[in-house]
Design a protein around this ligand. Structure first.
Ligand SMILES: [Fe+2]
Ligand SMILES: [Fe+2]
Length: 279
C-alpha cells in the first residue's frame, strides 16, 4: 500500500447533465432553483473539475478528497457525467475519496447508491458506502460519511446519525490506529447555527453534536468538509491547531486562474494545512 503524504481537498463541483431531457422542464426548473445565481454552463463546470484534479496531481497530492455536491441534483445522468470527467483526469480510483452532499440527493433517495453500483463503481472501495467505512492509506485512515438525505430542494441539511457515531467511535478506539492520522470526510460542516433554529433546520447537520463529540473524544481526529463554499479552519479542543478544514467550491473557481485546491501534508499522525494551491 502506498503511504499518503500529501492530501488534496476540493469540493462542491456541482456537475450538470450534459443532455437534459427536452420533454420536461422539471430538470431545468430544479437546477435553476438550486444553482442560485451560478450560470448553468455544463462544459465550464466539467472543465473546472478536470482542472482542479489535474492541479491536485501536479501539486504532488497522492490522495484526493472531493467532499460532496458532486452533482447539481443527483440525477443518474449527472453522476454519469461526473464519473466520465473524473475518469478523464488520469487518477487511480483508489487515490480518490468521494462523499455525497445534499445536492446529490435531490432527485432520489438512492441516487448515490446507484452511482456507486454503476458509473462510480471504481471509486466505491475508497468512498462513502457502508456505515463505519475505513479507508486505510498507510499513515492516514479516511472515514468517509454520507450525510445526505432525500429532501425538498428548498432544504440543504444533512444528518450525522447515532449509528454512524457509534461505528466511527468504535473504529477510532482501535489501538492499531494509534499512530495514524484519522480523517473524517463529510459534506456538511460539523457545527450548528446556534440560536438560528430555522436556518439549522433548513441547512444544518442534524446530530452535529455527535461529530463534535468524536472530535472531543479523539484528539487526533481531523475533519474535511465542504458545503459552505469557502475555506474554513477551526480549532477544536486545547491542542491549538486546526483540525476541521473546509474547502472552497470548485464550481465557483474562475477560469483562467489556478483552481483553488487545498493541500495538507501528513506528519506523524497530523494533517498540516499547507494552504491553497495559488489562487
Ligand atoms: Fe455546494
Ligand atoms: Fe451542500
Amino acid at each position: 500500500m502506498r503511504r499518503v503524504r500529501r492530501i488534496a481537498h476540493l469540493s462542491d463541483v456541482h456537475l450538470l447533465d450534459p443532455k437534459p431531457p427536452r420533454t420536461t422542464s422539471r430538470y431545468k426548473l430544479a437546477t435553476g432553483f438550486v444553482s442560485l445565481s451560478r450560470p448553468l454552463d455544463v462544459r465550464a463546470r466539467a472543465r473546472k473539475l478536470y482542472r482542479a484534479v489535474r492541479t491536485a496531481k501536479a501539486a504532488g497530492a497522492d490522495h484526493i478528497v472531493i467532499s460532496g455536491d458532486l452533482t447539481e441534483v443527483g440525477s443518474d445522468a449527472e453522476f454519469e457525467h461526473f464519473a466520465e470527467v473524473l475518469g478523464s483526469c488520469d487518477v487511480d480510483p483508489d487515490d480518490v475519496t468521494l462523499v455525497p452532499g445534499n445536492h446529490d440527493a435531490y432527485t432520489t433517495g438512492d441516487g448515490w447508491r446507484r452511482a456507486l453500483a454503476g458509473p462510480l463503481a471504481r471509486y466505491r472501495a475508497s468512498s462513502a458506502s457502508e456505515t463505519g467505512k475505513l479507508v486505510d492509506r498507510g499513515g492516514v485512515v479516511f472515514l468517509p460519511v454520507d450525510t445526505s438525505q432525500f429532501q425538498s430542494i428548498a432544504r440543504s441539511g444533512g444528518e450525522f446519525t447515532r449509528e454512524v457515531f457509534e461505528a466511527i467511535d468504535r473504529r477510532l478506539s482501535d489501538p492499531a490506529l494509534r499512530d495514524v492520522a484519522p480523517v473524517l470526510v463529510l459534506h456538511h460542516p460539523p457545527f450548528g447555527y446556534g440560536k438560528n433554529h430555522v436556518w439549522q433546520w433548513i441547512d444544518g447537520l442534524r446530530g452535529f453534536g455527535r461529530a463534535i463529540e468524536l472530535l472531543t473524544r479523539h484528539p487526533r481526529l481531523h475533519v474535511l468538509h465542504g458545503h459552505l463554499h469557502k475555506v474554513v479552519d477551526r480549532i477544536i479542543g486545547g491542542l491549538g491547531r486546526s483540525r476541521v478544514f473546509g474547502a472552497p467550491a470548485t464550481v465557483d473557481d474562475r477560469e483562467g486562474v489556478t483552481p483553488r485546491v487545498r493541500l495538507y501534508d501528513v506528519h506523524g499522525g497530523v494533517l498540516e494545512s499547507v494552504g491553497l494551491v495559488a489562487t
